[in-house]
Write a protein that binds this ligand. Structure first.
Ligand code: BGC
Length: 415
């Protein structure tokens, strides 16, 4: 019986956990996000501070991930550390990430590296960040330099994490409209703090419509830059994808959002990427008057999303169908204080992955978000996505039951 179930996941399936530099490393003081966290009227609930001090704890952390049973670790390298000033590259920072990658190999984990997970250097924000088309070249140069130094140890790479997430959360009503952001007091204060007349940071302080085209160009340039170095590993982008469903009368609105937020990015991924990274947390349901929010009986996660793990199956099918590319689920997870709901969420999400595999869709891996309870951006540390809890003062790690549960699934390669 066990054998029959396991056969539904390919032998080389990537069973992983994911994290991102700014959310777990701590002290990312040269980043645009740190600036925004510290201006008056900041949109952030608190400072990222020491985060999970993963910068110092990575050897034990990576060992723990492997010991739990995972074979993959997705993490991001921090541009603000690697290129602290424009054109000035830090070999010490690159060496740090080389040590992280080497540690993954010691523990036989495949490292999936994200080159950009939301944060950029302060100097980049001061130049207008992702709102300025010419700035795409800065990102490509950084990717080229980083790959030259680290490429031989990278297992797979994501250029940009969720370049569509700003548009997505705007449509969900969770982020202010672009014009409001341009005039926000925190944007002006951040510009002043970095000695510029502008300040653009993604996704917290950004004109998302302008950023869309810059991201699309930057992704293609970064893809080529990585491949021009030691980039003989798969490269792709990751997208924030919701399962977009329509009730009668809602199809046109659903299709419009799908086009604006998902398809324009999927279309560019289709132009030669090696895989598409799917990141899914919930669904959106469209009716004739727009999004239908559900009622008070709808179970919600800490983020306010509908508890709907089946969304993953829908987005894998959509992304694979649109692009024809292999899929890696680079993020899927739930913010909750109730770890039993986390297990239920992942169990049902994995069932969806199995259904896709059974239908012949090429799904290469599943990374749970997140390895730790970490800095959930503007929400701060209140939201608990982690398989592993972290004491905010002592940095002591505590495994949750879900960590052992999912690690065991990874160990045997099936539910
Ligand atoms: C991001 C993560 C974030 C997670 C949960 C994704 O949009 O890539 O950085 O923590 O969702 O909200």
């Amino acid at each position: 019986m066990a054998e029959q179930q396991n056969s539904k996941f390919p032998e080389k399936f990537l069973w992983g956990v994911a994290g991102a530099a700014h959310q777990i490393e701590g002290g990312n003081v040269n980043s645009d996000c740190w600036v925004l966290e510290h201006v008056p009227e900041s949109p952030y609930a608190e400072s990222s501070g020491d985060a999970c001090d993963h910068r110092h704890h990575f050897p034990e952390d990576i060992g723990q991930i492997a010991e739990l049973g995972f074979n993959t670790y997705r993490f991001s390298i921090e541009w603000a550390r690697i290129e602290p000033e424009e054109g000035e590259f830090s070999f010490a920072a690159l060496e740090h990430y080389r040590r992280m990658l080497a540690t993954c190999h010691v523990y036989k984990l495949t490292p999936i590296v994200t080159f950009h997970h939301f944060t950029s250097p302060r100097w980049f924000a001061a130049k207008g960040g992702w709102e300025v088309m010419e700035n795409a070249a800065y990102f490509a140069r950084y990717c080229e330099r980083a790959t030259a130094y680290l490429g031989d140890l990278i297992g797979a790479a994501c250029t940009i994490n969720e370049p569509n997430v700003g548009l997505l959360i705007q449509k969900m009503g969770f982020a202010p409209p672009d014009d409001e952001v341009l005039n926000a007091p925190y944007r002006k204060a951040a510009a002043k703090a970095v000695g510029s007349d502008t300040f653009s940071a993604f996704p917290g302080c950004c004109h998302h419509e302008k950023a869309r085209d810059v991201f699309l160009k930057a992704h293609r340039m970064a893809f080529d830059a990585i491949k021009s170095q030691r980039g003989n590993f798969p490269v792709g982008m990751t997208l924030a994808l919701e399962d977009r469903q329509a009730i009668p009368g809602g199809e046109a609105r659903r299709d419009q959002d799908r086009h604006d937020v998902d398809d324009v990015f999927l279309g560019v991924a289709k132009q030669g990427d090696d895989f598409i990274g799917v990141q899914t947390y919930t669904r959106s349901v469209y009716g004739p008057d727009g999004m239908v929010r559900g009622d008070e009986n709808t179970e919600r996660t800490q983020m306010g999303y509908e508890f709907y793990p089946e969304a993953l199956e829908g987005t894998i099918r959509y992304a694979a169908g649109y692009t024809g590319l292999p899929v890696i689920v680079t993020e899927n997870g739930i913010g909750t204080e109730d770890d039993t709901r986390r297990i239920e969420y992942v169990r049902r999400a994995l069932k969806g992955v199995q259904n896709c595999l059974q239908d012949g869709i090429d799904v290469r891996g599943y990374c749970y978000w997140s390895v730790f309870d970490n800095f959930e951006w503007s929400f701060g540390y209140r939201i608990r996505f982690g398989l592993i809890g972290v004491d905010r003062v002592t940095q002591k790690r505590t495994l949750k039951p879900s960590a052992t549960w999912l690690g065991n699934i990874a160990k045997v390669g099936g539910i």
